[in-house]
Design a protein around this ligand. Structure first.
Ligand SMILES: O=C(O)CCC(=O)C(=O)O
Ligand SMILES: [Fe+2]
Length: 258
């Protein structure tokens, strides 16, 4: 029952007015924050489930530029385009999430997919064709962070399961570049990386769903502080069926193709 997973009293995702309100909010702010999206029982259950699977997680330390692209040699190694930032990422993949998990019930639910597709203005949403990329549970232990970047995907859905004692904050600057017009805004990026630009911080708690347009909004997750790890779920969809995440991205994030 989806009612056991989603807190319909506070977050009526099958209600037209509520859906319209979320769509307006996303269009205006590039982000929708839904606190208490998951019922408290579901949060507890999913934290226990995630902890029992954490031994399967694949951890990588990587360096990347904010655009998540290869270097452009012609700009020189000192150029902000080529500035290398380090991130550490650990996650389990869709096939490692238990078959009877409430995460799968939510991800494949028509009510949830209909809600998301209406809010993001897509006709329909489809799972990834590969067995890894649709549902990922991310773990960030003390000191681990996800550095400044712009996403490749049009939107991202996250569910925080466990917050660290401190740190692990989601920070962002909206509409810093325009990918559609290939405007990269080197000056704006430099100013964020050097700490001159004031950044926004999302208020996210266990059970909160975030719907975020990260293609033009630079964002990061600050290092986890203290022994309690940050545990967060990423749900990813495509607007067309039969699409897999690229092989290079699968190797980078998961260390395997299937
Ligand atoms: O961990 C988060 O809250 C955000 C993750 C993120 O930005 C990403 O996976 O691209
Ligand atoms: Fe991101």
């Amino acid at each position: 029952m989806l009612e056991d997973v989603v807190n319909f009293n506070e977050v009526p995702i099958d209600n037209k007015e509520f859906i319209d309100k979320c769509r307006r909010e996303l269009n205006q702010n590039g982000v929708v924050t839904l606190h208490n999206f998951l019922t408290p029982e579901t949060v507890t259950e999913l934290v226990n489930e995630a902890k029992s699977c954490s031994g399967l997680a694949y951890f990588t330390n990587s360096t990347h530029n904010v655009y998540l692209t290869p270097q452009n040699e012609s700009l020189g190694s000192e150029h902000i385009f080529n500035r290398q930032l380090s991130s550490s990422k650990g996650c389990i993949t869709t096939d490692q999430v238990p078959q009877n998990s409430k995460l799968k019930e939510l991800y494949f639910s028509d009510i949830f997919k209909n809600f998301i597709s209406n809010v993001v203005n897509e006709e329909a949403l489809y799972e990834y064709a590969d067995p890894l990329s649709s549902i990922n549970v991310h773990y960030a232990a003390e000191g681990q962070e996800l550095n400044w970047h712009f996403d490749n995907s049009k939107f991202a859905i996250t569910l925080l399961l466990q917050a660290p004692d401190s740190g692990g904050n989601f920070e962002y600057v909206s509409d810093l570049r325009n990918a559609e017009q290939n405007e990269m805004n080197f000056t704006g990026v430099e100013s964020v990386l050097s700490g001159k630009t004031k950044v926004n911080r999302l208020d996210t708690r266990p059970g909160t769903l975030i719907l975020f347009r990260g293609k033009n909004s630079i964002h990061r997750v600050t290092p986890t502080e203290g022994p309690r790890e940050r545990i967060l779920v990423v749900l990813a969809y495509n607007s067309k069926p039969g699409i897999s995440l690229s092989e290079s991205a699968r190797m980078t994030f998961f260390g395997r193709l299937q």
